[in-house]
Design a binder for this molecule. Structure first.
Ligand SMILES: *Cc1c(COP(=O)(O)O)cnc(C)c1O
Length: 236
């Protein structure tokens, strides 16, 4: 556990160097610590090292962890696949959702967002590699989905999220992230009134390429908390 603070420092340094390399301010990149499969005490340890934003993929696991960490002032981001019957709990227990890829889920999140909470921050997940993955909206369908989400009262459409297939070549990684950045610029022209300021992209293996291409949130698990065990159960 004592390594978590060191690892956070190392990841922050990587973000700074990547930002400097393209003359961006590192302050424009937020680090989201992906705590899926990690115990609450690992989150607590990261909190003591100054980390405030955490990402979770699995709803039941996240709710249990949140209950154990109720005494901390944390910002929770849901980044996993969304089943329509889980939207009520997601709308109640998270500040951000990065993985919206269809209108039906967005409509439910908006309708179910508790009135006492601020509007829910939303990123649309784009399918950055059309063949390799099925999650995410295709670029062709993005304008219609973005317009629909923009009209939902209890949501704030903030930007795009992508999980490209693993590539070892940094140039190829960056090219895929540049396409996501271009898609956000198109949305900004399409929806000038929307607060579209977020590109959620880059993980442990490709965060430098993502920052170079304009990422404003990088989602890092392994390089903060160490290697993950594979999930033993699929309870949600
Ligand atoms: C697990 C996960 C991450 C973190 O991946 P690492 O390679 O461990 O840094 C980021 N984003 C999403 C959506 C994830 O599911």
């Amino acid at each position: 556990m004592h390594k978590i603070g060191d690892n956070l420092n190392k990841v922050s340094t990587r973000i700074e160097q990547a930002a400097n390399s393209v003359a961006r301010a590192a302050a424009g990149v937020r680090l989201l610590a992906v705590s899926k499969t990690r115990p609450a005490k690992a989150v607590r340890c990261a909190y003591r090292a100054g980390q405030r934003c955490f990402g979770e993929n699995y709803l039941q696991e996240a709710l249990q962890k949140q209950a154990l960490l109720d005494d901390l002032d944390l910002e929770w981001h849901f980044i996993g696949p969304i089943q329509a019957n889980k939207t009520r709990a997601i709308a109640s227990h998270f500040d951000w959702v990065h993985s919206v890829d269809r209108a039906r889920v967005a409509e439910r999140l908006s309708a179910q967002r508790p009135a006492a909470l601020a509007p829910l921050n939303i990123c649309l997940q784009v399918n950055a590699d059309a063949e390799a993955s099925k999650a995410g909206v295709d670029y062709r369908q993005l304008p219609a989905l973005a317009a629909a989400v923009c009209g939902l009262e209890r949501l704030r459409l903030r930007g795009l999220m992508a999980i490209p297939a693993r590539r070892s070549d940094p140039g190829q990684q960056r090219a895929v992230f540049e396409q996501v950045a271009e898609a956000l610029r198109q949305l900004q022209r399409q929806l000038p009134q929307a607060p579209l300021d977020t590109l959620s992209m880059g993980m442990s293996g490709d965060l430098e390429a993502a920052v170079a291409a304009g990422a404003t949130i990088v989602r890092v698990g392994t390089d903060i908390f160490g290697p993950r065990q594979s999930r033993a159960t699929a309870g949600d």
